[in-house]
Design a protein around this ligand. Structure first.
Ligand SMILES: [Zn+2]
Length: 480
């Protein structure tokens, strides 16, 4: 039996359990740091498979590791699992009409139910391979909460959780199959407060100092800053406290949340420092006081090229998911609910990916039937951010995207929630599990690949993980 045949059989054996876990986590739909039932379900399943579990990693009750050792326990193979949901995206399973399962409740609009369960299946298959072939190694499943919140992996990396790991593979549910060369940008979030002096806005405005004015001037200042920053950088903001609802009071307090993104973590930190200066300038102009608290930060994610090349070959050998007609019909029914401009953008994407005549066939059969191999020339940054970036700064890491939804699906939407508990999501998840397991096995059996992946990582990081968060920033459990 080849390693490919072994992996396919193992994943098919564990499939009913993995599907059951993914459906249950989808139903729990727990928000960041509150994934108690989801983490517990995965922990119990991993224990049943003989994994040793450590809970409460880096001070987070729903973060855990589950490891299985054979022989010397070297090399150490890491897999990442996520299981948090998103607010207000509840939707009936496989339902292409807007119908919340529970009105206003959270839903799995990013497919992390599949992510957690798919990586679980891969971890079990890799463990079985080591045992049945009597190979040395240790496989660790890292249970990572709150990817949609303030993250968890950077806190885990800061505590040295990934220190002895040789390489890490993970995946993400997507609308296409690819080992992408694109990275994700770094991000830092902070809450800025302004304190002024309250006063009667009509009777004694000269005695008041407005914190709200300061917050507004900070917006003006950052808007001027936008012209003088690199193209890929972004600055977002939201008022979380405008001081009050009475226009006849000079507002003495205001709080604004900012998020700053840039391709590399060093560029992000530099831009964030400029935003802090803008806040100081706003306070100076208004004679108020300002302070800020950093609430979250992720490093940029850059795929490890050595791991990417290997995983790309594995993905092509496994091949795309074998969809049937019913899957294609279900997928097509989701397209009907997008507005004109979204549909036109999906159509453009289809033409780009599948050629000029694609839309007639792709419109009826919009599930991806290709695997896009890794192409290092295609490297760039996607504008989103993920705490997988921090794992990549701690250890050679690779993410694989696997189609679990209709091509063009807008992520973080009810359409995604619906597809993540359907034949589309579940079949895609099993493909992902096969790709991850085969990639782990082939990397573990090839010391030269591990060495080259480490050299690439050393070049990027100097071999030291530096957390983008100040040491005193702890996981914001219950306050994010
Ligand atoms: Zn996600």
């Amino acid at each position: 039996m080849t390693d490919l045949q072994f992996v396919i059989k193992q994943i098919e054996d564990i499939a009913p359990k993995a599907v059951d876990i993914s459906r249950k986590i989808w139903e729990y739909a727990e928000l960041p740091y509150e994934e108690v039932q989801s983490a517990d379900l995965l922990i119990r399943a991993l224990k049943e498979e003989g994994f040793e579990v450590e809970t409460g990693l880096a001070g987070m009750p729903t973060a855990f590791s589950a490891s299985f050792t054979v022989g010397t326990g070297k090399p150490v193979i890491g897999l990442l699992g996520e299981y948090d949901a998103l607010d207000a995206l509840s939707q009936k399973a496989a339902c292409p009409e807007r119908e919340p399962l529970r009105e206003g409740a959270p839903g799995h609009g990013c497919g992390h139910n599949l992510l957690g369960a798919g990586s679980f299946a891969a971890a079990v298959a890799v463990k079985e391979y080591l045992v049945k072939n009597n190979k040395d190694g240790k496989v660790i499943y890292f249970g990572c909460p709150a990817e949609e919140g303030a993250g968890s992996k950077q806190f885990m990396a800061r505590e040295g959780v990934f220190n002895d790991v040789d390489f890490v593979y993970t995946w993400h549910p997507a609308d296409r199959n690819e080992v992408s060369a694109k990275g994700n940008v770094a991000i830092m979030g902070a809450a800025f407060t302004f304190k002024g002096i309250a006063s009667h806005a009509g009777g004694s405005p000269h005695l008041g100092r407005s914190a709200l004015d300061a917050a507004e001037l900070m917006s003006v200042g950052t808007n001027y800053l936008r012209e003088h920053m690199i193209d890929k950088a972004r600055i977002h903001y939201a008022y979380s406290d405008a001081g009050g609802v009475s226009p006849n009071v000079v507002q003495s307090y205001a709080k604004v949340k900012y998020e700053v993104r840039a391709p590399r973590v060093d560029q992000m930190k530099e831009l964030f420092a400029r935003v802090v200066n803008v806040a100081r300038g706003a306070a100076l102009m208004t004679e108020t006081e300002t302070d800020y608290e950093i609430t979250m930060a992720f490093s940029d994610y850059v795929p490890n090229k050595i791991l990417a090349q290997l995983a790309s070959v594995c993905f092509e050998e496994i091949g795309p998911t074998a969809w049937d007609e019913k899957d294609q019909e279900l997928a097509a029914s989701f397209l009907a609910h997008y507005n004109k401009s979204t549909l036109s953008s999906i159509r453009q994407d289809m033409v780009k990916e599948f050629g000029k005549n694609s839309d007639s066939t792709m419109w009826k059969s919009p599930l991806d039937t290709k695997v896009r191999p890794f192409d290092p020339r295609d490297s760039d940054y996607d504008s989103g951010s993920t705490d997988v970036g921090d794992v990549g700064y701690a250890v050679p890491t690779l993410n694989v995207n696997v189609a679990t939804a209709c091509f063009g699906t807008v992520w973080h939407s009810w359409q995604t929630t619906a597809q993540m508990n359907s034949s589309l999501g579940e079949k895609g998840m099993l493909t992902a599990a096969k790709v991850l397991a085969l990639s782990c096995i082939r990397t573990a059996e090839n010391p030269e690949i591990i060495q080259q992946a480490k050299e690439e990582w050393m070049e990027k990081t100097g071999g030291i993980y530096t957390c983008p968060l100040p040491q005193d920033v702890t996981p914001p459990i219950g306050r994010y």
